[in-house]
Design a protein around this ligand. Structure first.
Ligand SMILES: NC(=O)c1ccc[n+]([C@@H]2O[C@H](COP(=O)([O-])OP(=O)(O)OC[C@H]3O[C@@H](n4cnc5c(N)ncnc54)[C@H](O)[C@@H]3O)[C@@H](O)[C@H]2O)c1
Length: 260
């Protein structure tokens, strides 16, 4: 899809990290961008800085998402681009033995549900609501109406120790991509997922520099964490290239995650 000054885009999790870099790049290409984020303080500041529409949205809440799309569409028109970036994990092993007491505890089912709600159900919800709107648009070249990009993770394939919930949710996103692409093919709406490896975003904010260096040396090439704008430029290519559809693709410097 060609991005013009009329192209509206919605980016979830757009107040930070990969979503923010993508929003910034789309603004740079002339698109009218709305960001959805639960963090109003950051969202308002970034929206003001870049001339975007901020919608305070919790992707785990249907009414909140519906209100977000209503606000975004009132400001910018029906979006042709959706990028799902809202997501996070909650670390913990499926069972843990306490070294001192020998007591075994299990990962809380509510935590598991929360991680799935945020990453998987949140992505599904925003995708379905956005696609419903995209289907009302006039088709462009090749009959294309819209393009959706989701954010999975290499954890979907190599879930590490402590990633039971996150890896499950992210592989659920991967599982959604082909049937969603097939479901939406007649409407001319494409969907893909990116599986990022290790990207330097606020997700790593609280980790000491030494721990980040230890991660960086595990990346075959280039020996560093990814930059958020490398993710953003990949999203742009997925938007631009109409033949790219129904695919989950890694962006990871060839890293394959070890068990821990
Ligand atoms: N950074 C990495 O190395 C990496 C690797 C693999 C996958 N990912 C995935 O990429 C995506 C973006 O990660 P990031 O590194 O930019 O993280 P980030 O924490 O910088 O950004 C995530 C954003 O999502 C927002 N968010 C969280 N819960 C929300 C909710 N319920 N509703 C709406 N917004 C919500 C946060 O406020 C935040 O602004 C996530 O899905 C993450 O799982 C990141």
């Amino acid at each position: 899809m060609k991005i013009t000054n009329d192209t509206a885009a919605v980016i979830t999790g757009g107040a930070s990290g990969l979503g923010l870099a993508t929003a910034e790049m789309l603004v740079g290409k002339g698109a009218k961008v709305a960001i959805f984020d639960i963090n109003a303080e950051k969202g308002i500041a970034e929206a003001e800085r870049l001339g975007m529409t901020f919608c305070q949205v919790d992707v785990t809440d249907e009414d909140s998402v519906l209100a977000g799309f209503e606000k975004a569409r009132a400001a910018n028109g029906q979006e042709r681009i959706l990028v799902n970036c809202a997501g996070a994990g909650r670390a913990g092993k499926i069972i843990t033995r306490d070294r001192n007491t020998d007591e075994v505890t299990r990962y809380n089912t509510e935590w598991f549900n929360g991680v799935v709600q945020l990453n998987l159900i949140g992505t599904f919800r925003c995708t379905a609501i956005s696609a419903e709107g995209m289907a009302t648009l006039d088709p462009l070249e090749d009959g294309e109406r819209g393009v959706i990009t989701c954010t999975a993770s290499v954890a979907a394939i190599e879930g590490q120790i402590g990633q039971i919930a996150y890896a499950s949710a992210k592989s659920g996103i991967n599982g959604m991509i082909l049937p969603a692409a097939r479901d939406m093919a007649r409407e001319g709406i494409r969907i893909n997922a990116i599986m990022p490896g290790l990207f330097r975003t606020p997700l790593f904010e609280n980790r000491p520099e030494k721990a980040i260096e230890a991660l960086a040396v595990q990346v075959p090439f280039p020996k560093r964490l990814g930059h958020a704008n490398e993710y953003a430029s990949f999203v742009l290519e997925l938007i631009r290239n109409r033949y790219f559809n129904g695919q989950s693709i890694r962006l990871d410097g060839a890293i394959r995650m070890a068990p821990k």
